[in-house]
Design a protein around this ligand. Structure first.
Ligand SMILES: [Zn+2]
Length: 203
């Protein structure tokens, strides 16, 4: 059986998404054929506007609707403490826990040589500049406790010590235990995140 071109196109687009195999892509494609046109229009519109109506904060690289984002522009937040995370979902998770009052730096990934992702492919140079240009108190390394997350944190700390000298610069800490090895911050519950934040130790 030859599929209509319109269906094949949708299936091909779904296949490009992470975690969607050919079978799921086919199922989704055919599922959408049974959905009312108005719902399809609304789905398409949401996709079209996804990037048009969002910006990256020029300070912390978090995804938001304004630049600077609402966290960077909040006078109540402690701008001297930066929590470094892998992606915006981690910001969401830490914000949900409700106790952190500093600001963030979103890397948008981790160093991963196997996938050809180097330090310059994520927002590490921008972070180093931020650290050099501001008189910071503390840097909290909150990359995930995976191999890549640990390696990325180590790389950043090495670079900062190089740039600012061993004794100089902000206190650098790593979020504490409580998060299992290989865990993903974005799926952790509030209590675990709070415990990890409280249990952070000097890097
Ligand atoms: Zn920001």
């Amino acid at each position: 059986m030859k599929l209509p071109k319109a269906v094949t196109r949708v299936i091909e687009e779904f296949e490009k998404l992470p975690g969607v195999g050919p079978k799921s892509a086919q199922r989704l494609g055919f599922y959408l054929l049974h959905v009312p046109q108005s719902q399809l229009d609304s789905f398409a519109e949401a996709l079209v506007n996804l990037k048009k109506n969002t910006v990256l904060c020029s300070i912390c690289k978090n995804v938001g609707e304004e630049d600077p984002c609402w966290i960077c522009s909040d006078p109540e937040r402690n701008q001297d403490t930066i929590c470094i995370v892998e992606d915006s979902l981690d910001v969401l998770a830490i914000e949900r826990s409700g106790t952190y009052r500093g600001v963030y730096h979103v890397l948008h990934g981790v160093i991963d040589p196997l996938s050809n992702i180097g330090p310059d492919d994520i927002y590490i140079p921008q972070l180093l500049k931020r650290v050099q240009d501001n008189n910071l108190q503390e840097l909290i390394m909150a990359t995930n406790p995976t191999m890549e997350g640990e390696a990325t944190a180590m790389y950043i700390v090495g670079k900062i010590k190089n740039a600012l000298g061993d004794g100089g610069g902000p206190l650098v800490t790593r979020i504490g235990r409580g998060l299992p090895i290989g865990a993903d911050l974005e799926y952790a519950d509030e209590t675990t995140i709070n415990r990890a934040m409280e249990g952070r130790r000097e890097f």
